[in-house]
Design a protein around this ligand. Structure first.
Ligand SMILES: [Zn+2]
Length: 449
Protein backbone atom coordinates (compact mmCIF):
# COMPACT_ATOMS: atom_id res chain seq x y z
CA UNK A 1 0.00 0.00 0.00
CA UNK A 2 1.32 3.43 -0.90
CA UNK A 3 2.45 5.38 2.13
CA UNK A 4 -0.02 8.23 1.73
CA UNK A 5 -2.94 6.02 0.84
CA UNK A 6 -5.59 5.63 3.52
CA UNK A 7 -6.26 2.04 4.56
CA UNK A 8 -9.69 0.66 3.68
CA UNK A 9 -10.21 -0.57 7.23
CA UNK A 10 -8.45 -0.88 10.55
CA UNK A 11 -8.92 -3.56 13.18
CA UNK A 12 -7.47 -4.78 16.45
CA UNK A 13 -5.23 -7.83 16.24
CA UNK A 14 -4.02 -10.12 19.01
CA UNK A 15 -1.10 -12.43 19.61
CA UNK A 16 -3.05 -15.74 19.72
CA UNK A 17 -1.71 -18.15 17.14
CA UNK A 18 -4.19 -19.00 14.35
CA UNK A 19 -6.82 -16.58 15.63
CA UNK A 20 -9.29 -15.08 13.20
CA UNK A 21 -9.92 -11.32 13.26
CA UNK A 22 -12.98 -9.76 11.65
CA UNK A 23 -12.03 -6.88 9.36
CA UNK A 24 -15.32 -5.37 8.14
CA UNK A 25 -14.80 -3.38 4.99
CA UNK A 26 -17.68 -1.11 4.02
CA UNK A 27 -18.37 -0.18 0.47
CA UNK A 28 -18.25 3.55 -0.17
CA UNK A 29 -20.27 5.48 -2.74
CA UNK A 30 -19.92 8.90 -4.29
CA UNK A 31 -22.88 11.21 -3.80
CA UNK A 32 -22.86 14.46 -5.77
CA UNK A 33 -25.40 17.25 -5.40
CA UNK A 34 -25.43 19.71 -8.30
CA UNK A 35 -27.32 22.99 -8.14
CA UNK A 36 -28.55 24.79 -11.23
CA UNK A 37 -29.44 28.27 -9.96
CA UNK A 38 -31.29 30.79 -12.14
CA UNK A 39 -28.56 33.36 -11.54
CA UNK A 40 -25.09 32.88 -10.10
CA UNK A 41 -25.34 32.33 -6.38
CA UNK A 42 -23.30 31.08 -3.43
CA UNK A 43 -25.58 29.28 -1.00
CA UNK A 44 -24.76 28.25 2.59
CA UNK A 45 -25.10 24.50 3.23
CA UNK A 46 -24.38 21.76 5.73
CA UNK A 47 -24.49 17.99 5.15
CA UNK A 48 -26.13 15.37 7.37
CA UNK A 49 -25.41 11.65 7.03
CA UNK A 50 -27.84 9.27 8.71
CA UNK A 51 -29.46 12.29 10.36
CA UNK A 52 -26.23 13.59 11.89
CA UNK A 53 -24.49 16.75 10.65
CA UNK A 54 -20.87 16.06 9.61
CA UNK A 55 -18.24 17.52 11.93
CA UNK A 56 -16.87 19.76 9.15
CA UNK A 57 -20.06 21.84 9.53
CA UNK A 58 -20.03 21.96 13.34
CA UNK A 59 -19.27 25.68 13.66
CA UNK A 60 -20.61 27.12 10.44
CA UNK A 61 -21.96 26.17 7.02
CA UNK A 62 -19.88 26.10 3.85
CA UNK A 63 -20.94 27.76 0.59
CA UNK A 64 -21.72 26.19 -2.76
CA UNK A 65 -22.28 27.75 -6.16
CA UNK A 66 -22.67 24.47 -7.98
CA UNK A 67 -21.42 21.07 -6.79
CA UNK A 68 -21.34 19.35 -3.40
CA UNK A 69 -19.24 16.17 -3.78
CA UNK A 70 -19.50 13.63 -0.94
CA UNK A 71 -18.34 10.10 -0.15
CA UNK A 72 -20.52 7.99 2.14
CA UNK A 73 -20.97 4.32 3.03
CA UNK A 74 -23.40 2.22 1.03
CA UNK A 75 -26.73 2.11 2.83
CA UNK A 76 -26.42 5.53 4.46
CA UNK A 77 -28.84 8.41 4.00
CA UNK A 78 -27.69 11.90 3.02
CA UNK A 79 -29.55 15.20 3.38
CA UNK A 80 -28.72 18.91 3.17
CA UNK A 81 -29.41 21.92 5.34
CA UNK A 82 -29.51 25.03 3.19
CA UNK A 83 -29.47 28.80 3.35
CA UNK A 84 -30.08 30.37 6.81
CA UNK A 85 -31.36 26.99 8.07
CA UNK A 86 -27.73 25.79 7.74
CA UNK A 87 -26.78 27.98 10.76
CA UNK A 88 -25.55 25.52 13.45
CA UNK A 89 -28.25 26.64 15.90
CA UNK A 90 -31.16 26.10 13.47
CA UNK A 91 -30.93 23.10 11.11
CA UNK A 92 -34.62 22.32 11.43
CA UNK A 93 -35.48 21.40 7.84
CA UNK A 94 -33.26 18.80 6.13
CA UNK A 95 -33.96 18.68 2.38
CA UNK A 96 -33.12 16.62 -0.71
CA UNK A 97 -32.60 13.44 1.32
CA UNK A 98 -31.42 10.35 -0.56
CA UNK A 99 -30.92 6.76 0.54
CA UNK A 100 -27.68 5.49 -0.93
CA UNK A 101 -27.69 1.91 -2.19
CA UNK A 102 -24.66 0.19 -3.71
CA UNK A 103 -24.22 2.74 -6.52
CA UNK A 104 -22.93 6.28 -6.84
CA UNK A 105 -25.64 8.95 -6.88
CA UNK A 106 -25.92 12.28 -8.64
CA UNK A 107 -28.76 14.64 -7.73
CA UNK A 108 -29.35 17.66 -9.98
CA UNK A 109 -31.39 20.37 -8.25
CA UNK A 110 -32.81 23.00 -10.59
CA UNK A 111 -34.14 26.33 -9.32
CA UNK A 112 -37.54 27.08 -10.87
CA UNK A 113 -39.53 30.32 -10.77
CA UNK A 114 -43.29 30.69 -10.36
CA UNK A 115 -45.72 29.25 -7.83
CA UNK A 116 -44.58 25.63 -7.86
CA UNK A 117 -45.67 22.74 -5.66
CA UNK A 118 -42.77 20.32 -6.16
CA UNK A 119 -41.53 18.74 -2.94
CA UNK A 120 -37.82 18.54 -2.16
CA UNK A 121 -37.77 14.71 -2.46
CA UNK A 122 -35.41 13.77 -5.32
CA UNK A 123 -36.95 11.71 -8.13
CA UNK A 124 -35.16 8.70 -9.52
CA UNK A 125 -34.04 8.94 -13.12
CA UNK A 126 -31.81 6.81 -15.33
CA UNK A 127 -28.81 4.80 -14.23
CA UNK A 128 -25.61 5.07 -16.26
CA UNK A 129 -22.22 3.42 -16.18
CA UNK A 130 -19.23 5.66 -15.46
CA UNK A 131 -16.68 4.70 -18.14
CA UNK A 132 -13.66 5.69 -16.05
CA UNK A 133 -14.64 3.98 -12.78
CA UNK A 134 -16.87 1.25 -14.19
CA UNK A 135 -19.37 2.08 -11.45
CA UNK A 136 -23.10 2.56 -11.85
CA UNK A 137 -24.38 6.10 -11.24
CA UNK A 138 -28.01 6.60 -10.21
CA UNK A 139 -29.20 9.95 -11.58
CA UNK A 140 -31.85 11.83 -9.61
CA UNK A 141 -33.51 15.21 -10.06
CA UNK A 142 -35.26 17.72 -7.81
CA UNK A 143 -36.49 21.29 -7.96
CA UNK A 144 -35.64 24.32 -5.86
CA UNK A 145 -38.87 26.32 -5.64
CA UNK A 146 -39.88 29.49 -3.80
CA UNK A 147 -41.72 27.30 -1.27
CA UNK A 148 -38.54 25.31 -0.60
CA UNK A 149 -36.54 28.55 -0.29
CA UNK A 150 -39.04 29.63 2.36
CA UNK A 151 -38.68 26.28 4.16
CA UNK A 152 -34.88 26.65 4.35
CA UNK A 153 -35.00 30.31 5.43
CA UNK A 154 -35.05 30.53 9.21
CA UNK A 155 -38.13 32.19 10.69
CA UNK A 156 -37.01 33.92 13.89
CA UNK A 157 -39.15 33.62 17.02
CA UNK A 158 -39.69 36.56 19.43
CA UNK A 159 -37.74 34.59 22.06
CA UNK A 160 -34.64 34.59 19.84
CA UNK A 161 -34.61 38.34 19.32
CA UNK A 162 -33.02 39.87 22.41
CA UNK A 163 -29.72 37.98 22.20
CA UNK A 164 -29.26 39.07 18.57
CA UNK A 165 -29.54 42.84 18.96
CA UNK A 166 -26.58 45.22 19.01
CA UNK A 167 -25.49 46.40 22.48
CA UNK A 168 -27.12 49.60 23.75
CA UNK A 169 -30.41 48.88 21.99
CA UNK A 170 -33.09 50.66 24.03
CA UNK A 171 -36.01 48.75 25.61
CA UNK A 172 -38.34 50.60 23.19
CA UNK A 173 -36.43 49.43 20.11
CA UNK A 174 -36.11 45.92 21.56
CA UNK A 175 -39.84 45.61 22.01
CA UNK A 176 -40.55 47.10 18.57
CA UNK A 177 -38.20 44.58 16.94
CA UNK A 178 -39.78 41.74 18.96
CA UNK A 179 -43.23 42.77 17.74
CA UNK A 180 -42.13 42.06 14.14
CA UNK A 181 -41.59 38.40 15.07
CA UNK A 182 -44.81 38.14 17.05
CA UNK A 183 -46.53 39.18 13.78
CA UNK A 184 -47.48 42.76 12.95
CA UNK A 185 -51.09 43.60 12.05
CA UNK A 186 -50.13 46.29 9.55
CA UNK A 187 -46.94 46.86 7.55
CA UNK A 188 -45.88 49.70 9.82
CA UNK A 189 -44.25 50.26 13.21
CA UNK A 190 -44.03 53.21 15.57
CA UNK A 191 -41.34 53.65 18.19
CA UNK A 192 -41.55 56.28 20.91
CA UNK A 193 -38.28 56.99 22.65
CA UNK A 194 -38.70 58.85 25.99
CA UNK A 195 -36.32 61.74 26.80
CA UNK A 196 -32.74 60.56 27.38
CA UNK A 197 -30.68 62.99 29.51
CA UNK A 198 -30.44 66.21 27.48
CA UNK A 199 -32.18 64.64 24.50
CA UNK A 200 -35.90 65.28 24.03
CA UNK A 201 -38.39 62.50 23.33
CA UNK A 202 -38.17 61.09 19.81
CA UNK A 203 -40.47 59.13 17.56
CA UNK A 204 -39.82 56.95 14.54
CA UNK A 205 -42.34 55.56 12.08
CA UNK A 206 -41.27 52.68 9.84
CA UNK A 207 -43.18 51.58 6.76
CA UNK A 208 -42.60 48.16 5.20
CA UNK A 209 -43.25 47.76 1.48
CA UNK A 210 -44.10 44.30 0.14
CA UNK A 211 -41.98 42.92 -2.70
CA UNK A 212 -43.20 41.12 -5.80
CA UNK A 213 -40.56 38.42 -5.81
CA UNK A 214 -41.89 36.31 -2.90
CA UNK A 215 -45.49 36.92 -4.00
CA UNK A 216 -44.73 35.60 -7.48
CA UNK A 217 -42.71 32.58 -6.40
CA UNK A 218 -44.35 31.20 -3.24
CA UNK A 219 -47.76 29.50 -3.23
CA UNK A 220 -48.84 31.07 0.08
CA UNK A 221 -46.95 34.14 1.23
CA UNK A 222 -47.74 37.07 3.50
CA UNK A 223 -45.24 39.87 4.17
CA UNK A 224 -46.14 40.21 7.87
CA UNK A 225 -46.35 36.50 8.65
CA UNK A 226 -43.71 35.03 6.31
CA UNK A 227 -41.46 37.82 5.02
CA UNK A 228 -40.52 40.21 7.83
CA UNK A 229 -39.83 37.46 10.45
CA UNK A 230 -37.29 35.80 8.13
CA UNK A 231 -34.88 38.72 8.48
CA UNK A 232 -32.23 38.72 11.20
CA UNK A 233 -33.40 40.96 14.10
CA UNK A 234 -30.04 42.77 14.20
CA UNK A 235 -30.78 44.34 10.81
CA UNK A 236 -33.97 46.03 11.96
CA UNK A 237 -32.35 47.15 15.21
CA UNK A 238 -29.38 48.65 13.34
CA UNK A 239 -31.72 50.76 11.16
CA UNK A 240 -34.04 51.82 14.01
CA UNK A 241 -31.17 52.69 16.38
CA UNK A 242 -29.36 54.76 13.73
CA UNK A 243 -32.56 56.66 12.83
CA UNK A 244 -33.50 57.42 16.46
CA UNK A 245 -29.94 58.46 17.27
CA UNK A 246 -30.11 61.26 14.72
CA UNK A 247 -33.74 62.32 15.04
CA UNK A 248 -34.81 60.78 11.73
CA UNK A 249 -38.58 60.47 12.00
CA UNK A 250 -39.47 58.08 9.20
CA UNK A 251 -37.91 55.13 7.34
CA UNK A 252 -39.29 53.20 4.41
CA UNK A 253 -38.06 49.59 4.17
CA UNK A 254 -38.62 48.36 0.62
CA UNK A 255 -37.15 44.90 0.61
CA UNK A 256 -36.41 42.33 3.28
CA UNK A 257 -36.33 38.55 2.80
CA UNK A 258 -36.99 37.44 -0.75
CA UNK A 259 -36.30 34.00 -2.19
CA UNK A 260 -35.41 34.41 -5.84
CA UNK A 261 -33.93 37.78 -6.60
CA UNK A 262 -30.54 39.35 -6.16
CA UNK A 263 -27.86 38.64 -3.66
CA UNK A 264 -27.77 35.74 -1.22
CA UNK A 265 -27.94 38.35 1.58
CA UNK A 266 -31.65 38.97 0.91
CA UNK A 267 -32.38 35.26 0.31
CA UNK A 268 -30.69 34.37 3.61
CA UNK A 269 -32.61 37.05 5.52
CA UNK A 270 -29.53 39.20 6.08
CA UNK A 271 -30.37 42.03 3.67
CA UNK A 272 -32.56 45.10 4.18
CA UNK A 273 -33.24 47.90 1.69
CA UNK A 274 -34.36 51.44 2.52
CA UNK A 275 -35.53 53.93 -0.13
CA UNK A 276 -36.44 56.89 2.11
CA UNK A 277 -34.48 58.17 5.11
CA UNK A 278 -36.76 60.80 6.61
CA UNK A 279 -37.90 62.89 3.64
CA UNK A 280 -34.77 62.15 1.60
CA UNK A 281 -35.20 59.75 -1.30
CA UNK A 282 -32.14 57.50 -1.43
CA UNK A 283 -31.61 58.19 -5.10
CA UNK A 284 -28.73 59.73 -7.03
CA UNK A 285 -29.43 58.40 -10.54
CA UNK A 286 -29.34 62.01 -11.69
CA UNK A 287 -25.54 61.74 -11.57
CA UNK A 288 -25.66 59.78 -14.84
CA UNK A 289 -29.25 60.15 -16.03
CA UNK A 290 -29.42 63.92 -15.69
CA UNK A 291 -32.60 65.94 -15.21
CA UNK A 292 -34.89 62.96 -15.84
CA UNK A 293 -34.17 61.92 -12.24
CA UNK A 294 -34.02 65.35 -10.63
CA UNK A 295 -33.50 65.41 -6.82
CA UNK A 296 -31.75 67.93 -4.55
CA UNK A 297 -29.22 65.12 -3.83
CA UNK A 298 -27.30 65.93 -7.02
CA UNK A 299 -26.60 69.54 -8.09
CA UNK A 300 -26.08 70.66 -11.70
CA UNK A 301 -22.52 71.53 -10.73
CA UNK A 302 -22.00 68.02 -9.44
CA UNK A 303 -23.16 66.48 -12.74
CA UNK A 304 -20.63 68.70 -14.55
CA UNK A 305 -17.77 68.03 -12.10
CA UNK A 306 -18.45 64.29 -12.17
CA UNK A 307 -18.25 64.33 -15.98
CA UNK A 308 -14.92 66.17 -15.75
CA UNK A 309 -13.66 63.58 -13.26
CA UNK A 310 -14.74 60.73 -15.54
CA UNK A 311 -13.05 62.33 -18.54
CA UNK A 312 -9.90 62.86 -16.46
CA UNK A 313 -9.99 59.17 -15.47
CA UNK A 314 -10.21 58.08 -19.11
CA UNK A 315 -7.30 60.39 -20.04
CA UNK A 316 -5.22 59.07 -17.14
CA UNK A 317 -5.85 55.45 -18.14
CA UNK A 318 -4.77 56.25 -21.69
CA UNK A 319 -1.60 57.96 -20.45
CA UNK A 320 -0.93 54.97 -18.22
CA UNK A 321 -1.20 52.55 -21.15
CA UNK A 322 1.15 54.72 -23.25
CA UNK A 323 3.69 54.82 -20.42
CA UNK A 324 3.64 51.01 -20.10
CA UNK A 325 4.09 50.64 -23.87
CA UNK A 326 6.85 53.28 -24.04
CA UNK A 327 8.75 51.72 -21.13
CA UNK A 328 8.58 48.33 -22.80
CA UNK A 329 9.74 49.77 -26.14
CA UNK A 330 12.68 51.53 -24.49
CA UNK A 331 13.96 48.30 -22.94
CA UNK A 332 13.54 46.18 -26.08
CA UNK A 333 16.73 44.31 -27.03
CA UNK A 334 18.74 45.08 -30.16
CA UNK A 335 17.87 48.77 -30.60
CA UNK A 336 20.19 50.91 -32.68
CA UNK A 337 21.58 54.07 -31.04
CA UNK A 338 19.05 56.18 -32.95
CA UNK A 339 16.14 53.88 -32.08
CA UNK A 340 17.19 53.88 -28.45
CA UNK A 341 17.32 57.69 -28.36
CA UNK A 342 13.85 57.92 -29.89
CA UNK A 343 12.45 55.31 -27.53
CA UNK A 344 13.89 57.20 -24.54
CA UNK A 345 12.31 60.40 -25.83
CA UNK A 346 8.93 58.66 -26.14
CA UNK A 347 9.28 57.30 -22.59
CA UNK A 348 10.18 60.70 -21.14
CA UNK A 349 7.20 62.29 -22.90
CA UNK A 350 4.90 59.51 -21.63
CA UNK A 351 6.16 60.01 -18.06
CA UNK A 352 5.47 63.73 -18.26
CA UNK A 353 2.02 63.15 -19.70
CA UNK A 354 1.13 60.55 -17.08
CA UNK A 355 2.24 62.91 -14.33
CA UNK A 356 -0.02 65.60 -15.76
CA UNK A 357 -3.11 63.40 -16.24
CA UNK A 358 -2.69 61.93 -12.79
CA UNK A 359 -2.62 65.42 -11.20
CA UNK A 360 -5.64 66.51 -13.28
CA UNK A 361 -7.52 63.41 -12.16
CA UNK A 362 -6.74 64.04 -8.47
CA UNK A 363 -7.92 67.64 -8.79
CA UNK A 364 -11.10 66.62 -10.60
CA UNK A 365 -11.82 63.99 -7.97
CA UNK A 366 -11.31 66.52 -5.19
CA UNK A 367 -13.72 68.97 -6.86
CA UNK A 368 -16.37 66.25 -7.35
CA UNK A 369 -15.97 64.98 -3.76
CA UNK A 370 -16.42 68.49 -2.40
CA UNK A 371 -19.57 69.27 -4.39
CA UNK A 372 -21.08 65.82 -3.72
CA UNK A 373 -20.47 66.07 0.03
CA UNK A 374 -21.81 69.64 0.15
CA UNK A 375 -25.21 68.46 -1.09
CA UNK A 376 -25.47 65.27 0.94
CA UNK A 377 -28.21 65.71 3.57
CA UNK A 378 -26.47 65.70 6.98
CA UNK A 379 -28.97 63.20 8.40
CA UNK A 380 -28.15 60.71 5.64
CA UNK A 381 -24.46 61.07 6.44
CA UNK A 382 -25.05 60.58 10.17
CA UNK A 383 -27.42 57.65 9.58
CA UNK A 384 -24.76 55.91 7.45
CA UNK A 385 -21.99 56.67 9.97
CA UNK A 386 -23.99 54.97 12.75
CA UNK A 387 -24.78 51.94 10.56
CA UNK A 388 -21.11 51.56 9.60
CA UNK A 389 -20.19 51.42 13.28
CA UNK A 390 -22.97 49.00 14.25
CA UNK A 391 -21.66 45.56 15.23
CA UNK A 392 -24.60 44.00 13.38
CA UNK A 393 -23.72 45.48 9.97
CA UNK A 394 -21.19 43.84 7.63
CA UNK A 395 -21.93 45.66 4.35
CA UNK A 396 -23.50 48.96 3.39
CA UNK A 397 -24.25 50.11 -0.16
CA UNK A 398 -26.03 53.37 -0.92
CA UNK A 399 -26.22 56.01 -3.67
CA UNK A 400 -23.39 58.01 -2.07
CA UNK A 401 -21.01 55.37 -0.70
CA UNK A 402 -20.25 51.65 -0.98
CA UNK A 403 -18.64 49.55 1.75
CA UNK A 404 -18.37 45.83 0.95
CA UNK A 405 -16.72 45.06 4.29
CA UNK A 406 -17.40 47.40 7.19
CA UNK A 407 -15.09 45.34 9.42
CA UNK A 408 -11.91 46.11 7.47
CA UNK A 409 -9.81 49.26 7.70
CA UNK A 410 -10.81 50.49 4.23
CA UNK A 411 -12.95 53.61 4.02
CA UNK A 412 -16.23 53.38 2.07
CA UNK A 413 -15.80 54.29 -1.61
CA UNK A 414 -17.92 56.82 -3.50
CA UNK A 415 -20.62 55.21 -5.65
CA UNK A 416 -19.77 56.11 -9.25
CA UNK A 417 -22.66 54.04 -10.68
CA UNK A 418 -20.21 52.45 -13.10
CA UNK A 419 -21.80 49.88 -15.44
CA UNK A 420 -20.51 46.33 -15.81
CA UNK A 421 -17.66 45.86 -18.31
CA UNK A 422 -18.82 45.63 -21.93
CA UNK A 423 -20.18 42.19 -22.79
CA UNK A 424 -21.54 41.46 -19.32
CA UNK A 425 -25.30 41.58 -18.92
CA UNK A 426 -27.18 43.10 -16.01
CA UNK A 427 -26.54 45.90 -13.57
CA UNK A 428 -23.43 46.47 -11.50
CA UNK A 429 -23.58 46.61 -7.71
CA UNK A 430 -22.99 50.38 -7.96
CA UNK A 431 -25.89 50.82 -10.40
CA UNK A 432 -28.20 48.66 -8.27
CA UNK A 433 -27.56 50.90 -5.28
CA UNK A 434 -28.03 54.21 -7.10
CA UNK A 435 -31.63 54.26 -5.80
CA UNK A 436 -31.66 52.69 -2.32
CA UNK A 437 -29.59 51.95 0.75
CA UNK A 438 -28.77 48.31 1.49
CA UNK A 439 -27.35 46.81 4.68
CA UNK A 440 -26.16 43.24 5.13
CA UNK A 441 -26.34 41.89 8.68
CA UNK A 442 -23.08 40.51 10.13
CA UNK A 443 -23.77 36.83 10.79
CA UNK A 444 -20.70 34.68 10.01
CA UNK A 445 -22.61 31.55 11.04
CA UNK A 446 -24.79 31.99 7.95
CA UNK A 447 -22.66 33.96 5.48
CA UNK A 448 -18.94 34.30 5.90
CA UNK A 449 -16.91 36.96 4.20
ZN1 LIG B 1 -30.50 45.01 -0.86
Amino acid sequence: MAKDQKSDFSCLTNDKPNSVVDAPCKKTCKVTYRFVFRTSLSMPYAVAVNGKVLSAFKDRPKRTDDKIPLVVDAGQSVALYLNSDAHPAYRQHPVYEVMVGDDDVEIVITEVAGKQTFTDAPEAGKATKDASTGRTVQHMTAKLTGDIWMKVSHKYAPSEVEAMLPPQTSPEVTSAVKSIYAGLNTPALQIHQPPLGEQAARALTIKFIDSDNPKQNITTYNLLKDGLPRVHPGGYAALFNAALEHGIETLRVTSCWRPMLGSIAHRAGLGLDVDYVGTTPMNRQELRLGKAKDTPNVSDDEVRLFKEYEDATVADKKADAELVAATKAASAPGLSAEQSRQAQQRKTAAEKDKDKTSRTQDKAQGAWDKERNANEPPKVRLFRASLLQCLCVSQLFDPWFMDANTKDAQEPEPNLQRPLPAGRKGLSNEELHAHHLHVTVYEPKILQG
